[in-house]
Ligand binder design. Structure first.
Ligand SMILES: [Zn+2]
Length: 156
């Protein structure tokens, strides 16, 4: 299930408050079957809830969907935490390891791998020199900082 479709369906629910799959499908100009698949996915991760309504005159049953904002935020926060953990790991690795690269930039290898290659780039044949990864380290530090600030602001 593509995130953009989930985003579109969630967008309609955010706007309308509550809607049937038919109303969402009409709004987005897509098949109702398709909206149902997205809603089921959101329902299983408890990002939406569902109300069963029986029309008193026709006896027709319809399901009205609404967003569960706390669940959506929880899910987002979990994703942010996972990304933060991953980025911190990457940062640690960049700080600790020693990297080698060729002039052309087609190869970047850690010491052991560079040694196996005889300090020669397998693509351009150029010599592998010690690679200054300060830029990468700084970019990762910036990302960690932003994520930590975000999570703090969300009151986590
Ligand atoms: Zn190269």
């Amino acid at each position: 299930m593509a995130d953009e479709h989930v985003g579109q369906v969630a967008g309609v629910l955010a706007e309308k408050g509550e809607a049937t799959s038919e109303e969402i499908a009409r709004e987005l100009g897509v098949k109702q079957k398709f909206v149902r698949i997205v809603l089921q996915g959101l329902y299983s991760s408890r990002a939406v809830s569902c109300r069963r309504i029986k029309d008193s005159e026709t006896g027709w049953i319809s399901y009205r969907w609404r967003l569960e904002p706390s669940r959506v935020l929880e899910r987002l926060e979990r994703a942010k935490r996972a990304l933060l953990r991953e980025t911190k790991g990457e940062l640690r690795h960049e700080r600790e390891a020693m990297f080698f690269a060729c002039e052309e930039g087609c190869t970047r290898a850690e010491f052991g791998e560079a040694m196996d290659l005889g300090f020669r780039c397998p693509h351009c044949g150029g010599e592998l020199h010690e690679f200054d990864n300060d830029g990468i380290v700084r970019a990762l530090e910036g990302r960690v900082e932003r994520l930590e600030r975000d999570l703090e602001r969300d009151g986590a």
